[in-house]
Design a protein around this ligand. Structure first.
Ligand code: GDP
Ligand code: MG
Length: 143
């Protein structure tokens, strides 16, 4: 399997619950490595731009308002099959439908406040990483 990079966000609900460390531990235990990281308070413009693909969806306004409600931790994860692996660790968008033991099943309560974001394809990973990080902010491969 190819080594990939994916964009991950620990959302305001999980930051408020003080489970940043527990979530990062799951990534590390699964063989993913944090190669870039920052804690930020998003503006409406930043959150709206990031979720531009959902602009016409009925929940867009709620999504932007949630994502700007408190600080988030944005990181780049690297590892074999990182994009799919992160989505597996996250679980389904709706925590009620997420498999037991996934991040969303364990830390989220509703579809609108669901603890984490993860890129869903190679194309979105490339776009999302470039949205949040300059090339110089992402570490070279660590061995
Ligand atoms: P994800 O890739 O699993 O995060 O899911 P999507 O890309 O489909 O949606 C992006 C985000 O929008 C989700 O993680 C939720 O935070 C939010 N979202 C999706 N569907 C709904 C919904 O029906 N209602 C609300 N309020 N938020 C939603
Ligand atoms: Mg998505």
């Amino acid at each position: 399997m190819a080594v990939e990079r994916t964009l991950s966000i620990i959302k305001p609900d999980a930051v408020a619950k003080n489970v940043i460390g527990e979530i990062l531990t799951r990534f590390e235990k699964a063989g993913l490595r944090v190669v870039a990281s920052k804690m930020v308070q998003l503006s409406e413009r930043e959150a709206g731009g990031f979720y531009a693909e959902h602009k016409e969806r009925p929940f867009f306004k709620d999504l932007v308002s949630f994502m700007t409600s408190g600080p988030v931790v944005v990181q780049v994860l690297e590892g074999e099959g990182a994009i799919a692996k992160n989505r597996e660790l996250m679980g389904a968008t709706d925590p009620k439908k997420a498999d037991a033991g996934t991040i969303r099943a364990d830390f989220a309560v509703s579809i609108d406040e669901n603890a984490v974001h993860g890129s869903d394809s190679e194309a979105s990973a490339a776009r999302e990483i470039a949205y949040w990080f300059a090339e110089t902010e992402v570490s070279a491969r660590i061995r």
